[in-house]
Design a protein. Structure first.
Length: 230
């Protein structure tokens, strides 16, 4: 069974569904967070693309976990879960994402406010817990974002419960995540870092503004989620 009738291959349909959703929704919803993060850590085009890739890797990891859980317990979920239950789970997962976002933003703000010693080999505003090879903050931000229930992904996985094995569910989730990652977000993230690197004299202010934007986004999302539960 495929959500895209023109594609009979469920694996290809999963990838295509993710790609379409990435073009329509993922870029618009995720870009403000990743752009604010890139602004705060201060990176070049190449590093910004890598940061965006790591963010997307976090989302794909979350989708893989969801795919594995629904692959194993899909029958029970399909039997017991209704729209109200899924909406409730989405609200709680959004609250977790909001809190993680605020924590990351506060951490970046704290690191960027501290005077740094001159280091010609590394950007002085990079937090200590970010390494040159793997950005833990970007991965955590993407992971928490990916754990927010994605309606197209849930629909895809629930529709495949009757014919797919748990391994298939994981494969569908991974392919869906890869599809969403192949979006303008990757290029726009790189361009954001490149443009911001052209204003070295404003680097400190841009970094602080990026951290504040992340905090505000987290607070707004948190308030919206709490109002949903009220």
């Amino acid at each position: 069974m495929s959500l895209i009738p023109e594609l009979s291959n469920p694996y290809l349909a999963s990838l295509a569904t993710g790609f379409i959703y990435g073009l329509v929704a993922c870029t618009a919803t995720c870009l403000p967070y990743i752009a604010g993060y890139i602004a705060s850590v201060g990176t070049s085009f190449r590093r910004s693309v890598l940061t965006t890739l790591i963010f997307n890797a976090g989302r794909i990891t979350a989708y893989t976990l969801i795919g594995a859980l629904l692959g194993v317990f899909g029958g029970l979920v399909r039997f017991f879960a209704d729209d109200s239950t899924l909406s409730l789970l989405q609200a709680y997962s959004t609250i977790v994402f909001s809190i993680v976002t605020i924590i990351i933003g506060v951490s970046l703000l704290s690191k960027n406010r501290k005077p740094s010693s001159c280091n010609c080999n590394q950007p002085p505003l990079n937090p200590k817990w970010l390494t040159n090879k793997f950005d833990v903050g970007a991965f955590t931000l993407g992971l928490s974002r990916g754990l927010v229930l994605c309606p197209p992904l849930i629909a895809l996985l629930l529709s495949s419960v009757l014919f797919a094995s748990p391994i298939d569910s994981v494969a569908f989730a991974v392919l869906f995540g890869i599809g969403t990652a192949i979006s303008p977000m990757l290029l726009i993230g790189g361009v954001t870092g490149w443009l911001l690197s052209k204003a070295p004299l404003l680097r400190t202010y841009i970094a602080l503004a990026g951290a504040i934007i992340i905090i505000l986004l987290g607070i707004i999302t948190l308030i919206s989620s709490l109002l949903t539960l009220a």
